[in-house]
Design a protein around this ligand. Structure first.
Ligand SMILES: NC(=O)C1=CN([C@@H]2O[C@H](COP(=O)(O)OP(=O)(O)OC[C@H]3O[C@@H](n4cnc5c(N)ncnc54)[C@H](OP(=O)(O)O)[C@@H]3O)[C@@H](O)[C@H]2O)C=CC1
Ligand SMILES: Nc1nc2c(ncn2[C@@H]2O[C@H](COP(=O)(O)O)[C@@H](O)[C@H]2O)c(=O)[nH]1
Length: 298
């Protein structure tokens, strides 16, 4: 997403061994981005849409022999013929490229994209924090993302990426329990100084803008709008959050009784009707929100 990642942050993440997906909203900069990443011996992970210009873009990369290691097909409704055609087009041009397709919310969607060549599938229709798909269309996995993931995982033969709805670090461990190999995160990263969202001062406090890729702010027009703009409290460096996520995931693995991520995939769980958040907010002793978590809703 344009308010989450830009080339410098992609370089930082890749050089530290994190996976990233570069957004597709500066289309003319993608070829140069691949070159820059390769020049620094880093992997290139770009995204594309499904329209004709995107097919032509893949052809241009192929003619220039500029193969990114990862291409994500990033559209709202991933269980569609246009995504299947794009997977096949990419695989024709770049048989070795790892193709991530999505987003879907059903086992049928996962199976069909996998059968047509996707190497991994993104699961999540509408659980994102800047998303309004559920209220506008009545569709989606918003509010039951983990259950959707669990259903999709039963059908999946290749990795699943849980995309959207990660609100706490604990949600990462839970997503792995229900079948994700990876999670994709927007809002939890949006407030950091490295994220490209604009800094806004509001009633004496600093925030960063975070907008949906299907919002009017991204699209520049009010057509098929399924996203909104929100403000996320400004949080300083992303490294602190990454470190804390790492530590929390390590603790989760230990609670699961193991010493690697596999342990999380087998742990027992109970489903409770209402979330057992105990009404807690994670507040520091000064009453300030802890640096990295639980921004207020806007
Ligand atoms: N994960 C999620 O829940 C969602 C994510 N998004 C994000 O928003 C961005 C823009 O996505 P998108 O609008 O698909 O990209 P594009 O504008 O590239 O549209 C791709 C194609 O899908 C069509 N389209 C758009 N929305 C839908 C829909 N809900 N159902 C069926 N067809 C649709 C478009 O029609 P036309 O040409 O007429 O515009 C176009 O043909 C992406 O980054 C996507 O990830 C958006 C919504 C949901
Ligand atoms: N329905 C919409 N979903 C969107 C839009 N822009 C992005 N997204 C999805 O949200 C996640 C990030 O979720 P978060 O909970 O971590 O903030 C992102 O990866 C996309 O899949 C949108 O405009 N509408």
């Amino acid at each position: 997403m344009q308010t989450i990642i830009d080339p410098p942050l992609a370089q930082q993440l890749a050089s530290q061994g994190y996976f990233y997906i570069m957004h597709r909203f500066n289309p003319e900069q993608r070829a140069a981005f691949i070159q820059q990443m390769h020049h620094k011996n880093l992997f290139a992970s770009i995204s594309v849409g499904v329209k004709e210009a995107e097919h032509n873009f893949i052809d241009q990369l192929a003619s220039a022999q500029q193969q990114p290691e990862y291409i994500t097909i990033d559209i709202a409704h991933g269980h569609s013929q246009r995504v299947i055609e794009m997977i096949q087009h990419i695989k024709r041009c770049f048989p070795d490229c790892f193709v991530i397709a999505g987003n879907v919310g059903t086992p049928e969607g996962v199976r069909e994209l996998e059968n047509n060549g996707a190497d991994a599938t993104k699961v999540g229709i509408g659980p994102g924090k800047a998303c309004i798909t559920k209220v506008k269309t009545g569709f989606g996995t918003g509010g039951w993302q983990l259950a959707a993931l669990r259903l999709c995982a039963k059908a999946a033969r290749k990795p699943l990426i849980a995309d959207g709805g990660i609100r706490t670090h604990g949600d990462i461990a839970k997503s792995i329990r229900f079948g994700a190999s990876m999670v994709m995160i927007g809002s939890l990263f949006a407030g950091h100084k490295e994220s490209p969202g604009k800094v806004i001062e509001h009633q004496g406090a600093l925030y960063k803008e975070y907008f949906g890729s299907a919002s009017e702010f991204q699209k520049g027009e009010r057509r098929n709008i399924e996203g909104k703009k929100i403000l996320i409290p400004y949080q300083g460096s992303i490294q602190q959050t990454l470190t804390e996520m790492h530590e929390d995931l390590q603790s989760a693995i230990s609670y699961a009784g193991g010493n690697n991520l596999q342990a999380l995939t087998k742990v027992n769980y109970v489903i409770v009707k209402n979330s057992i958040f105990n009404g807690d907010q994670i507040l520091g002793i000064t009453g300030q929100l802890n640096q990295n978590q639980y921004p207020t809703n806007h």
